[in-house]
Every structure is written in structure tokens, then in C-alpha cells.
Design a protein around this ligand. Structure first.
Ligand code: 13P
Length: 243
């Protein structure tokens, strides 16, 4: 089986303006000059893509969008297409983040269409899945996540075009994380549904303190980091936790 190089990805969410975004991007690019064992990606807000892309040029740190519309262009006020992300210098697009599934009402079918759009534009799709607290407490985490995988990933996926991020909704921004045994169990279940070699990231309250333990798990191929990606030192500490 192909080696799965780990990926540490920062999802800046709806944070940063030009000044702090530029400082953060430069801080990441600067640190990425040091030897490291993982791929690196940052996903700033759309307004900063061009500027951050410029700051990252030559650093090896990839640029991603936080979402994309299924259509390539058209009368969709306020939306950004996968083709636009590609044109702005992105190589990756996050799709199906729980904050979009839950606050924007996105369904598995929507996420599937966005994944297809990302592939059409030549982007790697990072498909996010994860159970709610109620789902976890009902003992249904595995079924929920596998159901989201089945509904959100189009036929014909390849390990080159697809990354999955397991982000339990209750762990996002809360400081709570599943046990390492729970993470390993869900990742193994997800892996059974995917083409060989597909990378599976863990996301949800990853920080410099817990990163090494999580990233040491055989089934964890990297991290999708929210809050801690807004500080270059913390983001870099997580990257260094890859060994
Ligand atoms: P936090 O790292 O802030 O919990 O966010 C995780 C996340 O949602 C990344 O996409």
C-alpha cells in the first residue's frame, strides 16, 4: 500500500483580516523552511486567498478553500466555485465541514456535489464527517460517520483526489477530544469504506499538547486544526508532532 504522508491542515474559519492574516501566513511559511515530516495546508477565508497564496509561494505550504459551490459559475450570489478556488491558487477544498452541515443545512447530497465540483476543477477534496454529541452518546458514532461517508463521497474516488477529516462535532472548539481508542476505532471504520491509501485526518480541539498522542495513532494521517492554526507557533508545534 502507498505510504500515507501525514498532512497538517489549518482551517482559519471566519478569522483574520489582511494584517493578521498576512503575519500568520508569513509565520507559517517561515517555519516551514525547517525540515518537517508532513505536508502542510492552510485554508484562509476567501478574501485572503490571493494574499496568503502570495505569502506562501515557494514555501511548500499548500493553499485551500473552506468550501465551494457545486456549479462552475452562474447566478449564485455570495458563493465561490471550485474553479474560482483553483484560479486563486488553491490545490484543496474543504467540503462538508460540520459548521456548514449544521448552520447552513448542507446534506450528504450537497457535500457529494461539492466533492464532484472540487474534482472537476482539479482540486483535492477534504470531506469532513463527524457525529454530534447526541449521536456519540447514543452509541451511533460509527454508523453516523460511515453513513456520511457513503452519502458524501462520489463513485470513482481515488486516494490522490480525496482526503477525509473525522471531526466529531462535540470536539470542535470545545477542548474535548475522544479517547485515542475511540479515534482509532472510527478511523479504522472509515478506512474500510475508502480506496487504499486515502488519508484520514482527525480534527477537533487538536493543540500542541495533545497532537503527539493523536498523530501517533496508526490510523491517523494528520490533523485538521481550527483554533490552534491561528497561531503560527501552535500550528508549527502540531506539525512537529508528526515526528
Ligand atoms: P478546533 O481545532 O478549533 O476545535 O476546530 C476544528 C475544526 O473544525 C477544523 O476544521
Amino acid at each position: 500500500m502507498a505510504e500515507r504522508k501525514r498532512l497538517v491542515a489549518g482551517n482559519w474559519k471566519m478569522n483574520s483580516g489582511r494584517a493578521d492574516g498576512l503575519a500568520l501566513a508569513r509565520g507559517v511559511a517561515e517555519r516551514a523552511r525547517a525540515p518537517h515530516r508532513c505536508d502542510l495546508l492552510v485554508c484562509p477565508p476567501f478574501t485572503l486567498l490571493a494574499m496568503v497564496g502570495k505569502a506562501l509561494a515557494g514555501s511548500g505550504v499548500a493553499l485551500g478553500g473552506q468550501d465551494c459551490h457545486p456549479s462552475p459559475s452562474g447566478a449564485f450570489t455570495g458563493c465561490i466555485s471550485a474553479e474560482m478556488l483553483k484560479d486563486a491558487g488553491c490545490s484543496h477544498a474543504l467540503v462538508g465541514h460540520s459548521e456548514r452541515r449544521h448552520t447552513c443545512g448542507e446534506t450528504d447530497a450537497d457535500v457529494r456535489a461539492k466533492t464532484e465540483a472540487a474534482w472537476r476543477a482539479g482540486l483535492v477534496a477534504i470531506v469532513c464527517v463527524g457525529e454530534t454529541r447526541a449521536g456519540r452518546e447514543a452509541g451511533q458514532a460509527r454508523e453516523i460517520v460511515c453513513g456520511q461517508i457513503a452519502g458524501s463521497i462520489p463513485d470513482g474516488a481515488t486516494a490522490e483526489q480525496l482526503i477525509v477529516a473525522y471531526e466529531p462535532v462535540w470536539a470542535i472548539g470545545t477542548g474535548l477530544t475522544p479517547t485515542t481508542a475511540d479515534i482509532a476505532e472510527i478511523h479504522a471504520a472509515i478506512r474500510g469504506e475508502l480506496p487504499a491509501g486515502t488519508r484520514i485526518l482527525y480534527g477537533g480541539s487538536v493543540n500542541p499538547k495533545n497532537a503527539a498522542e493523536i498523530l501517533a495513532l496508526e490510523e491517523v494521517d494528520g490533523a485538521l486544526v481550527g483554533g490552534a492554526s491561528l497561531k503560527a507557533d501552535d500550528f508549527w508545534a502540531i506539525a512537529e508532532a508528526c515526528g
